[in-house]
Design a protein around this ligand. Structure first.
Ligand SMILES: CC(C)(COP(=O)(O)OP(=O)(O)OC[C@H]1O[C@@H](n2cnc3c(N)ncnc32)[C@H](O)[C@@H]1OP(=O)(O)O)[C@@H](O)C(=O)NCCC(=O)NCCS
Length: 177
């Protein structure tokens, strides 16, 4: 087939969501695209572009980037807390609207656990506000698929830590695996 015949087919696949999703480690060149994805995924906090650049460079080995037809459709930022090296802390999970409901969020969490830089972790942690149903469902379903226990407790509190500007973030712990 000629390239001109292939091009429309690729475009249609991207729209229908049938094109294959690929995963890779981010590079600093991805920072802006990650920043754009986060901006399109409320209620996620928009961090500075500089912060996303640091995630895509210093923390790249513990992050997951998902692409479909060269478009960034999924993102996990995570790191191993210096004082808790047996855990992987998931900072943010974002899936673009057109790629939701296909299991991508869960696939990215599974992939995170397979990364070399994540080897040996015993628990996965994240924080979630009580009203983020999609996030609770995602992490509960992930815990179930790992046959791992899940629990949570208030961590950054609305009054004590956010001075009323943000709802309480509950620390969710999944594991031990
Ligand atoms: C949360 C988010 C990442 C989920 O991505 P996704 O790829 O659609 O999730 P998945 O398809 O992997 O779904 C995983 C599970 O969560 C459930 N789920 C996902 N979105 C849901 C929603 N809006 N309401 C209820 N359940 C939901 C799915 O049904 C699935 O459950 P199952 O495994 O029991 O069938 C995506 O909705 C998103 O980016 N939201 C905005 C940003 C955000 O809130 N991020 C999370 C906080 S860090």
């Amino acid at each position: 087939m000629t390239e001109s015949k292939n091009a429309p087919r690729a475009a249609n696949d991207a729209v229908r969501g049938t094109a294959q999703i690929t995963f890779r480690t981010p590079t600093s060149e991805d920072g802006v695209r990650v920043w754009n994805l986060i901006a399109a995924c409320p209620p996620l906090d928009q961090n500075s572009m500089y912060c996303n650049l640091l995630q895509c460079s210093h923390f790249a080995d513990t992050c997951v980037l998902a692409e479909r037809s060269e478009k960034v459709v999924g993102w996990i930022s995570a790191y191993r807390p210096p004082a808790d090296h047996e855990s992987i802390f998931v900072w943010q999970v974002a899936v673009s609207e057109e790629a939701r409901g296909e299991g991508l969020g869960k696939r990215m969490l599974n992939r995170l656990l397979t990364l070399e830089a994540v080897a040996g972790v015993k628990t996965l942690k994240t924080t979630i506000t009580k009203d983020n149903t999609a996030s609770w469902r995602l992490f509960s379903s992930f815990a179930q698929s790992q046959s791992a226990p899940i629990c949570d407790e208030p961590f950054f509190e609305k009054g004590r830590h956010f001075n009323g500007h943000h709802d309480t973030e509950h620390m969710v712990t999944i594991g031990p695996f």
